[in-house]
Design a protein around this ligand. Structure first.
Ligand code: SF4
Length: 473
């Protein structure tokens, strides 16, 4: 894949043939990609993978997942030119391979989300497209003979009945080269396919397959399990190879062009911009304590309380809380007064003016390069690693269990809701833990999940203000 100009060719197969519409991403395509498409397509695919990850963590069932994936693809992976949809699909996959090949944790996440995406995309396909895709896999499994089939027929039917399937759905017409002729033939010979059973771990784990002498007899309607296993294993190997190429060659060769984009993509925040207070205007110093109690997410509430307790916060905490407060509408003069009132209790007003006021003006773009800094997203906060005595970061990730339970209790989260939050924390779903906290505190659902502390604040204010308004009418 060459990243240069705007010349484009379509990777669509010639019209007329029944062709698979899901690429298997076996090798990077030979086409030129504009730098802006390189990044944009990757961001779009990332939104799909993140959407899948959120839906899975929220416990969506397989039939709900089908709709989730369908919607995510429709919203993010379409293209104004139909001929470019496949290009976008392939380019975005290969860019994210570069992004996610670089660490074990990233590889695991990407592998799992791409495999899930493949599974549901397959289910959304027509049966013709499914069969065409099976053929693409070129599975090295042979069909059993009629005589073999007669030998095991009763047992296969028994398995089918135990799974509440009718006997004939268990037949799997395969041998990739014969698929199209089988499809068009008026007389279809139905046979079982036999595969080494370690290739169908899902089916074996769910006891949904007949196994004899080390072979699993896979019904056609469950062949997806096989394809998913192959897909996963191919992608896993490819990610390891991409990582080698990245480390030995690409990172250095592309250090001025692709490397910064690739490195930024793995922690990029994909939601709205919260650098300016939009929805609720300014907040005043008079109200700040009450607003912190009602509408701050735990990370900011924790920093706020630590500041009140210690009259000091280290640099990381000052940045995290300071930019959040700027985003929720605290004006520069009020921000200076707020920080000074706390810090001067510990370091004195003079030292505050000399050492700390500059940093606050800097956050508001009034010093140095005059950059208007943006409040941190959850992703950025969660990935930060506070040192000893620092209080920034995401409490769901960094607080000890007993302290986290106490902090949540303080927010009014108890009993079943508290256990649900702790369950998400144990599974390292910190943003979901925060979403469940939001829902418990506000008694309202938060379907899009929490992705940014300022979104938590903004959603909270929306709920509280609409309640106040309905009381007033
Ligand atoms: Fe803050 Fe986000 Fe962590 Fe919630 S999930 S506490 S908003 S960083």
């Amino acid at each position: 894949m060459e990243i240069v100009g705007s010349r484009r060719k379509s990777l669509l197969p010639p019209a007329g043939n029944a062709a698979p519409t899901i690429p298997l991403y076996r090798s990077a395509p030979e086409l030129e990609v504009r730098l802006e498409d390189f990044e944009l397509y990757a961001v779009h695919r990332l939104r799909v993978l993140k959407g899948i990850s959120d839906a899975l963590s929220r416990g969506k069932k397989p039939n709900e997942m089908e709709n989730v994936v369908k919607e995510l693809l429709k919203v993010h992976m379409s293209h104004p030119e139909a001929s470019q949809v496949m290009n976008k699909d392939i380019i975005s996959h290969f860019v994210l391979r570069l992004v996610y090949c670089r660490e074990e944790e990233l590889r695991k996440w990407f592998l799992s989300m791409e495999t899930t995406l493949f599974r549901y995309r397959f289910l959304l396909e027509t049966s013709e497209a499914q069969i065409a895709l099976m053929a693409e896999f070129d599975l090295p499994y042979k069909t059993i003979t009629n005589a073999e089939y007669e030998n095991v027929k009763d047992k296969l039917n028994k398995v089918a009945r135990s799974m509440n399937s009718s006997a004939d759905t268990i037949y799997y017409k395969v041998i990739t080269n014969f698929l199209s002729s089988l499809l068009s033939s008026s007389f279809i010979l139905l046979r079982k396919v036999q595969v080494p059973f370690e290739k169908v771990p899902d089916l074996v784990a769910r006891r949904e397959v007949f196994i004899m002498k080390g072979y699993a007899y896979v019904p056609r309607n469950q062949v997806l399990s096989l394809l998913v296993t192959h897909y996963r294993s191919n992608l896993s190997k490819a990610l390891v190879l991409t990582n080698r190429k990245w480390t030995s060659m690409i990172r250095e060769q592309e250090k001025d062009r692709l490397t910064p984009i690739v490195e930024a993509l793995s922690t990029s925040y994909l939601g709205p911009d919260y650098s300016q207070p939009k929805d609720f205007g300014e907040i005043s110093l008079r109200d700040i304590d009450q607003i912190a109690r009602s509408s701050f997410p735990l990370c900011m509430r924790y920093l706020f309380e630590k500041l009140k307790e210690d009259h000091h916060l280290k640099h990381g905490g000052r940045m995290q809380l300071g930019l959040f407060l700027k985003g929720v509408g605290l004006k520069l003069d009020d921000a200076l007064a707020f920080w000074k009132s706390e810090f001067s209790k510990k370091v004195g007003a003079e030292r505050f003016d000399k050492e700390y006021a500059y940093g606050i003006r800097h956050n508001y773009g009034k010093e140095g390069k005059r950059t208007d800094y943006t409040p941190y997203s959850c992703q950025k906060i969660i990935s930060s690693t506070p040192g000893v005595g620092d209080h920034h970061g995401c409490p769901y990730r960094h607080l000890r269990e007993e302290n986290l339970r106490a902090a949540l209790n303080n927010m009014g989260v108890a009993n079943r809701a508290l256990e649900d939050v702790m369950d998400k924390v144990r599974n390292k779903h910190y943003q979901l833990a925060c979403t469940l906290t939001f829902e418990a505190v506000h008694g309202a659902s938060c379907d899009q999940g929490i992705n940014h502390p300022n979104q938590y604040y903004s959603d909270s204010k929306t709920i509280l203000e609409s309640r106040n308004n309905s009381k007033g009418t």
